[in-house]
Design a protein around this ligand. Structure first.
Ligand SMILES: C=C(O[C@@H]1C=C(C(=O)O)C=C[C@H]1O)C(=O)O
Length: 356
């Protein structure tokens, strides 16, 4: 009896799969037609993709969780877009870094991710149009701002067109499960710091060695069964390592935020953020004069970060993220007032808030 029932369900699944397949290809046909209408212009439309993902989550009747259907649609759109033209995404390499994982999370697996030797090189690859977009880390919940990305954005002509929020999980990885106790643990200095308490408890006498990236640590561990690496899932997969202990980070909500930059400006979606950099005139109350226009216009600020301006001693620039798009009247009002009060204002970009 249960065999009969199983058969019925499998038949039903086969029928549904045939329909899903047909519909997916119909969808892809429309995406390809849209590509022809775009006529070689800008293909990727972050605001449209955010709208599709948001709608899928809102309309999802279950039992699949909203996050899961959004992830599936992320991949469907990635493949549809690749029929128009595959995108190339520059990231801070080597292969297997969290930045690559962020790029794949945002663009899906059909995009080509291109490893660069530095964040500077990744920006240059897009500025010179060798790559279409760059994904760069901008802040980590435990380590704070990524200064190099902030500095590059001040002078780069690129515009922010998206954000990616990635939960960072670190794992203890070995070449094989039955390897002898490790003599050394390799990882990036930040990751060693983020797993400091776990290491004190579980591997107190093992030497900790910082290397250029977690992916490099994973590569070293893949070549030597006397050492371990701390790295994420992508690096583990890339170097076929065994996870000895999972999610060993001391801070359970360890999250990194990345920005996506390219040559285009996004139209508003109703769920947007605007990133700006500005500097205050050098007088008392100057910082207040930057914040007051934002508060007075009723705009919510989601980030305020200061950096030395690198042009004069003890002069600072301020990175501000606010909710809304410059086309929204309250954001227009805040920006106009800010331009009146500040010594310098640059809109780094307006983009849909991360959906995934
Ligand atoms: C199909 C389009 O091109 C791309 C693919 C999309 C999709 O598959 O839904 C959405 C936006 C674009 O990045 C479009 O612009 O609508």
């Amino acid at each position: 009896m249960s065999d009969e029932l199983l058969k019925q369900h499998r038949h039903a699944i086969d029928d549904i799969d045939a329909q899903v397949l047909e519909l997916l290809n119909q969808r892809a046909g429309h995406a390809r037609a849209i590509g022809e209408i775009k006529g070689g212009g800008i293909i990727y439309r972050p605001e449209r993709e955010a709208e599709v993902l948001r709608r899928v989550k809102e309309r999802n009747p279950g039992p699949l969780p909203g996050e899961s259907v959004a992830r599936l649609f992320r991949e469907i759109m990635s493949e549809c877009l690749a029929l128009e033209k595959p995108l190339s995404i520059a990231f801070l390499g080597p292969e297997g870094t969290f930045t690559q994982a962020a790029a794949v999370k945002h663009f899906g697996h059909a995009a080509h991710t291109i490893a660069c030797a530095s964040i500077d090189e990744a920006f240059r690859a897009v500025e010179s149009r060798t790559c279409d977009y760059v994904v760069a880390p901008v802040e980590n919940s435990t380590e704070g701002a990524v200064g190099r990305t902030l500095d590059l954005m001040v002078s780069s002509p690129l515009k922010v067109c998206g954000e990616v929020i990635l939960r960072i999980h670190h794992h203890l990885l070995r070449q094989r499960a039955d390897a002898p106790p490790p003599r050394k643990v390799y990882s990036h200095a930040q990751s060693l710091a983020q797993c400091h308490e776990w290491l004190n408890r579980h591997l107190p006498d093992v030497e900790r060695v910082s290397v250029a990236s977690n992916a490099e640590a994973a590569r070293l561990a893949s070549e030597d069964d006397t050492v371990a690496a701390i790295a994420g899932e992508a690096a583990a997969e890339r170097f076929q390592l065994v996870r000895i202990a999972g999610s060993i980070e001391d801070e359970p909500n360890n999250t990194t935020r990345f920005l996506v930059l390219g040559h285009q400006e996004c139209v508003p979606t109703g769920h947007d953020k605007t990133s700006i950099v500005c500097s205050a005139q050098n007088r008392p109350g100057a910082v207040h004069s930057l914040l007051a226009p934002i508060a007075q216009a009723g705009v919510s600020m989601t980030k305020f970060e200061s950096r030395p301006s690198r042009t004069g001693l003890w002069e600072y620039v301020f990175f501000i993220d606010m909710e809304g798009h410059p086309d929204d009247s309250h954001v227009t009002a805040a920006l106009n007032e800010l331009r009146r009060c500040a010594a310098f204002v640059k809109v780094l970009g307006a983009y849909p808030t991360a959906v995934l």
